[in-house]
Design a protein around this ligand. Structure first.
Ligand code: MV4
Length: 449
């Protein structure tokens, strides 16, 4: 039984998790670095433990301090949120060793899915379509070049320890292969301590679509439809929506079935996301599986009327997932509000928020840890709020988002609000015909004073 949960995270997601815990009658323990002392997750939790100085490696990434904080407060579970320790198999294992329930999959599943080449082999065996490429990792340039010649150029070289766009190189021709392969390998070695690479066909202008799933580790897996995540800049998503404007009921059911089959094959426990690329012919391919709750989970919650954090906690308590079809109703859009200057290459804009007025009204949800007078520390990521709207159709959701963005007041720092305001008026966005390269050519106009 779980009675008290330690939230091994900060910011909006820590607050998001605390809210569900309290609705479920569960006690909460916040952890914080010294710079987060005045954060709302500290104020809204039942207890709070300081775990160290501002740099994450000295606080939010410290296994020993998380476990000690759980032990001194008597927490029987740890929710990792996203980022930090969420997909660290060793942390999941340490929690197990200390008889603290890690809210997420067991270490073996996290490790398997963290090895992107191995995950791809596993999903191919489960019958999911995968992008044509090398059978697993390639040992050297010569094997890689052979593989690339069979696949046909352009190819993409990916680090098996990478993911989310880190440690990838596109190779356009055979002459360029050796150089790109070596660069990718040394980058991967430096970043992940593992230089292993695999090769696959490069799909030009794909859409990034992901399926939300839930498993109970007892063989039951269900899906919650898709999220459209193609609006991204340098692998940072800026806007997500559900449903995807390009996915119809038939494609949703086929992608959902594939995701469920993949998760079932690994006896998945917890919430997870199966990422797919969709090509010009609307063929889909498995890309990666994420074993955490994701930043963009609220759009799925809004169209399915499900609390995904509640499901995480319930399966962690041993509850079974009842097999059923989840219906999507209406349309939800999430804009990530970052303390960044969209007119200056999205440079981080830390500082003190002098005035903060979140949007409200029917169909508007703001997930944030920020308030008037809040000082954004420079140590962590720059997302300060998620603005989520929900309406009956995509067109109405866009109209509501325009209204909600107009109403949102944030003074003292630059934010991505002006970017989203212009995106909402963009023809290609409104038509729903964009792909992952859309933002490469999106030109922000300088307006106002
Ligand atoms: C690809 C791809 C095209 N073909 N794989 C991006 C995130 C990471 N999970 C994998 N990603 C991609 N994988 C194949 N076989 C396109 C992307 C991709 C991308 C690649 C290079 C530059 C920008 C990109 C933006 C979105 C997706």
């Amino acid at each position: 039984m779980i009675k008290k949960i330690l939230i091994a995270n900060r910011g909006e997601i820590a607050l998001r998790i605390i809210r569900t815990c309290h609705e479920m009658g569960l006690q909460t323990v916040a952890v914080y670095s010294t710079v987060d002392r005045d954060s709302l997750h500290v104020r809204f939790s039942d207890e709070a433990v300081c775990i160290g100085p501002p740099p994450a490696r000295d606080s939010y990434l410290r296994f020993d301090r998380m476990i000690a904080a759980a032990e001194v407060t008597g927490a029987d579970a740890i929710h990792p949120g996203y980022g930090f320790l969420a997909e660290n198999p060793d942390f999941s294992a340490i929690c197990q060793d200390h008889h603290i329930k890690f809210i997420g999959p067991p270490p073996e599943t996290i490790r398997m899915m963290g090895d992107k080449s191995y995950a791809k082999i596993t999903m191919k065996e489960a019958g999911l379509p995968v992008i044509p490429g090398s059978e697993g990792i390639v040992r050297n340039i010569s094997d890689g070049r052979k593989s690339a010649a069979e696949i046909g150029y352009p190819v993409i070289v990916k680090a098996t320890a990478g993911g989310g766009g880190r440690g990838m190189r596109i190779v356009w021709s055979e002459e360029d292969f050796a150089h790109q392969f070596e660069t990718a390998g040394s980058e991967a070695e430096a970043s992940f301590g593992d230089g292993s690479l695999y090769v696959e066909k490069f799909i030009t202008g794909p859409r990034h679509i992901e399926i939300q799933i839930l498993g109970d580790g007892k063989g039951n897996v269900i899906h919650f439809g898709e999220r459209e995540c193609s609006i991204q800049r340098r692998h940072q998503k800026l806007l997500e929506e559900s449903p995807s404007p390009i996915v119809d009921a038939d494609l949703r059911s086929r992608m959902g079935e594939a995701a469920v089959n993949g998760a079932t094959a690994v006896n998945y426990e917890g919430v997870g996301t199966v990422e797919f690329l969709l090509d010009d012919d609307r063929k889909f391919y498995f890309m990666e599986m994420n074993t955490r709750i994701q930043v963009e989970h609220p759009v799925t919650e809004e169209v399915t009327d499900c609390d995904l954090v509640e499901y995480q906690i319930r399966v962690a308590m041993g509850e079974e997932v009842e097999p059923r079809e989840i219906r999507l109703d209406g349309h939800a859009i999430e804009c990530r509000i970052n303390a960044e200057d969209p007119f200056n290459n999205f440079a981080p804009s830390p500082g003190t928020i002098s005035a903060f007025h979140p949007s409200g009204g029917h169909g508007v949800r703001v997930d944030t840890h920020v308030y008037s007078g809040y000082e954004i520390p420079p140590y962590y990521d720059s997302m300060i709020a998620k603005l989520i709207v929900r309406s009956r159709t995509r067109e109405l959701a866009i109209q509501k988002m325009i209204r909600a963005l107009d109403e949102f007041v944030i003074e003292g720092v630059s934010t991505t609000i002006p970017f989203h305001q212009q995106l909402m008026l963009n023809e290609k966005f409104r038509a729903g015909t964009f792909d992952t390269s859309f933002l490469d050519s999106f030109k922000l106009e300088r307006v106002g004073t």
